[in-house]
Design a protein around this ligand. Structure first.
Ligand code: ATP
Ligand code: MG
Length: 397
């Protein structure tokens, strides 16, 4: 039996700016919520501006946790359901407010049931004076109340709710096509993935590893980061690319200052091919302007020459502290700072070039039989499906 004393009321926020596409956005959000709550006894309904979830009392905390990870939810409230009857409304309202610690309040009534005999304007003072009479030491403040009470009078039922919970905003995942996230074990790329999903992009993740120069712990770290990201979507395919052959070839054949530039050009080439295979339309990464030598505008431009595919860099203009703040919020920071070496750090030269030259890159690449190496790496890609509901990892070893 579903609990009918309370209901979750979801407000869409930014979706409301989408005129023609509104149904598509709302339906995607509805499907995403339905999918996330498939193991709960709930009833979900929607109208043009809201979604409603009937739920079992015992599941409330878990469902709230899930709501906090669904993009497209601007705000949600736990509303109390009362019969549309003035005495009942007064009684429950008083019960709710007695549990709150406040000095000032304001009541906002909205009457969508026009057959109800009292208008919204009349209802506010009726309820307000009842509360003032029954709770000592409080007053009404219509501008900055400690507690804003909303009373929505609907046919049969009235919803009463106070302060809500902020959702994570953005657009529902799946309202955009797929993007391919370059996911290293660092701080920036999980944040980039989170921000991309927030715009509605569905992501696949790609991790380049160079075993034995990098460890299995480094790979596990990336899997753990993916598990954090998958909370915001339903599943993420994590593609693991064996980069050892390419990296060793670069290391042997390049001017050391160019190693990173060439390595990143190879990564982009592989990303483009994988994207085409997986129907991804863009590459997403955690590059941040000026952070390291390979992320100066000159470097980015020379590296970017190898692909026509759009490269989305959600954290490019954030500084490290801003990125860290998001990393903490999404709970990836503590994993990211674990000290396992990444393929970029293993081979990092003392003085990587800050302003690489395209001609020099092309000269170095002529001596690498990179097409074959790339084909081999793509052929050997290992894909792990990481699902939110069941973390089902294929044994890689
Ligand atoms: P992060 O930037 O995530 O903190 P990082 O600092 O190790 O990790 P950078 O050298 O700054 O990585 O590389 C910039 C971006 O390139 C990363 O944010 C990530 O998107 C991508 N990248 C780097 N190394 C890898 C890798 N081994 N596998 C997948 N993507 C990578
Ligand atoms: Mg970085």
């Amino acid at each position: 039996m579903i609990n009918m004393n309370q209901i979750i009321l979801i407000k869409y926020g930014e979706l409301t700016t989408k005129k023609g596409n509104r149904n598509f956005f709302v339906n995607t959000l509805y499907q995403n919520i339905k999918n996330k709550l498939k193991n709960y006894d709930v009833k979900i309904s929607k109208d043009i501006s809201r979604m409603y979830i009937e739920f079992q009392d015992k599941d409330l905390e878990e469902i709230k946790h899930i709501m906090d990870h669904i993009f497209g939810i601007h705000m949600y409230h736990i509303a109390h359901i009362v019969d549309t009857n003035t005495d009942k409304i007064k009684e429950i309202l008083l019960e709710i407010l007695k549990k709150e610690d406040f000095h000032t309040f304001k009541i906002e009534t909205k009457r969508s049931d026009k057959t109800f005999e009292i208008s919204s304007q009349e209802m506010n003072p009726i309820l307000g004076s009842y509360i003032l009479k029954n709770i000592d030491g409080i007053s009404v403040d219509v501008h900055h109340p400690d507690v804003l009470v909303k009373v929505e009078i609907r046919p049969y039922h009235t919803y009463i709710y106070i302060n809500g919970y902020k959702g994570c905003g953005g657009y529902p995942v799946g309202t955009q096509a797929k993007g391919m996230l370059m996911l290293s074990g660092g701080i920036d790329s999980p944040v980039a993935g989170y921000l991309a999903m927030k715009r509605g992009i569905k992501i696949d993740a790609v991790y380049f590893e160079a075993i034995p120069h990098t460890s299995l712990e480094a790979r596990n770290k990336v899997m753990d980061l993916t598990k954090k990201l998958v909370k915001y979507t339903d599943k993420i395919n994590l593609h693991i690319v064996n980069f050892t052959g390419i990296q060793e070839a670069i290391y042997k054949n390049s001017n050391p200052t160019y190693c990173i530039t060439i390595m990143r050009r190879m990564m982009y080439r592989i990303m483009e091919k994988l994207a085409k295979r997986q129907k991804g339309l863009v590459i997403i990464n955690g590059e941040s302007i000026g952070q390291v030598a390979s992320q100066t505008l000159t470097s980015m431009s020379v590296i970017n020459q190898v692909t026509n595919m759009p490269v989305i860099r959600p954290v490019s203009c954030l500084d490290k502290l801003e990125i860290i703040k998001i990393a903490r919020k999404i709970d990836t920071y503590d994993i990211s700072i674990l000290p396992y070496e990444d393929c970029c750090t293993v081979f990092v030269p003392k003085h990587p070039v800050i302003n690489p030259n395209l001609e020099e890159c092309l000269k170095i690449e002529q001596n690498l039989d990179y097409e074959k190496l790339i084909e081999k790496a793509i052929h050997e890609v290992n894909t792990i499906k990481i699902e939110d509901s069941k973390l089902d990892f294929q044994d890689l070893l």
